[in-house]
Design a binder for this molecule. Structure first.
Ligand SMILES: NC(=O)c1ccc[n+]([C@@H]2O[C@H](COP(=O)([O-])OP(=O)(O)OC[C@H]3O[C@@H](n4cnc5c(N)ncnc54)[C@H](OP(=O)(O)O)[C@@H]3O)[C@@H](O)[C@H]2O)c1
Length: 323
């Protein structure tokens, strides 16, 4: 492959490298501490009383910390968990730690389309103010769900796509609802690869499947913003940096061992999601990508940029696979 670099693309490249280095050195705990100095005082005491928040994958790690952060601000919080027992224990812990009794659990496996439809059908609330797509996995082996979808793709993309579609009437009913997607900084090195979105070509690599679907989440966030503009629903994607969670310990044990003293707490990883949930914290910007309460670029390198055709194909794929 030959690259032809003109002056403009050289500048873009240099900017890409320097931004990515600055960004990369901010993923750890010291980055959060540094960025925290710029947080606005006004956001510290903003309340969420009367708001209903749904958080997927809230039984541990960052999702649990998000649920706690929202409950601390007075929201009613519903933990959407695939393991009801684990979810119920997590809800009890949130209630105990925050003193907010309005925390409950619903069973939802975000990688299972039947489970999502069942949940959406029986969920009786008239409005949803905050929906946080947090559930995530990084497996070492390829697995296909009973819907015929590779599990990482189902968890990060197809499930959240269907859940958002089915909850849209309730999100619209809330007026100024927030939909927040937890992506990953790992997507910065990945170009959307639709040919292998089901990870069915070559040897399975969980890290690549993870990064590819995390890249797709950020594009989908932009597409949702376009699709539902003027509907009173704001879409945001974010990445949490590197946080010490059960997921990181089990999926990336070497990384965890190497970085453990420098990893963020789950609460630090959850901070931007809680902040994005606050009314008026980030204005009316929809379809943007955030890190530590700041807008950040979605690409550092020109070679990760997807084509308009692939963006369209991604939307069509989500529509097709979620039927
Ligand atoms: N930690 C980091 O440094 C980091 C960095 C970048 C991005 N992220 C993203 O942050 C999010 C949370 O990650 P984490 O580190 O907190 O991981 P974690 O500790 O493994 O937690 C993941 C949560 O997702 C749930 N989950 C997985 N598959 C699910 C499904 N099909 N349906 C419902 N829930 C499901 C898990 O439930 P069970 O308890 O039942 O397994 C668990 O509660 C993920 O999207 C991850 O990609 C994390």
């Amino acid at each position: 492959m030959t690259f032809h670099l003109n002056f403009k693309s050289c500048l873009k490249l240099i900017h890409g490298f320097s931004s990515s280095l600055e960004n990369l050195f901010s993923f750890d705990r010291s980055g959060f501490e540094r960025h925290k100095r710029g947080f606005y005082q006004k956001d510290r005491d903003t309340r969420l009383d009367g708001k209903l928040a749904l958080v997927t994958g809230a039984s541990s790690g960052i999702g649990f910390a998000i649920a706690k952060g929202l409950a601390q601000r007075g929201a009613r919080v519903c933990l959407l968990c695939r393991n009801l027992q684990k979810g119920t224990e997590a809800a009890a812990q949130v209630i105990q730690e925050t003193g907010n009794p309005s925390v409950f659990t619903e069973e939802l496996d975000v990688a299972d389309l039947t489970s999502i439809r069942r949940f959406a059908e029986h969920f009786q609330e008239s409005k949803v103010d905050i929906l946080i797509h947090n559930a995530g996995i990084l497996p070492h082996e390829r697995e296909v769900t009973h819907d015929g979808i590779e599990r990482v793709l189902a968890t990060h993309l197809i499930g959240p796509f269907l859940l958002t579609e089915l909850l849209m009437p309730k999100l619209k009913a809330a007026g100024n609802a927030q939909v927040i997607t937890m992506s990953s900084g790992g997507m910065y090195l990945q170009k959307l690869d639709l040919k292998n979105i089901q990870s069915d070509h070559g040897k399975y690599d969980g890290v690549v499947a993870y990064a590819n679907t995390k890249r797709a989440q950020v594009i989908l966030n932009e597409q949702w913003a376009e699709q539902y503009q003027d509907e009173g629903v704001t879409f945001s994607a974010m990445h949490p940096g590197w946080a010490d969670t059960p997921g990181v310990r089990t999926s990336l044990p070497f990384f965890w061992k190497w970085m453990k003293t420098r990893l963020r707490t789950p609460e630090q990883g959850a901070d931007t999601a809680v902040w994005l949930s606050l009314p008026d914290s980030h204005g009316t910007e929809s379809g943007k990508f955030w890190f530590d309460r700041e807008l950040v670029p979605t690409h550092f390198f020109p070679w990760t940029e997807e084509s308009t055709r692939d963006r369209r194909r991604l939307w069509n794929l989500c529509t097709k696979l979620s039927r």
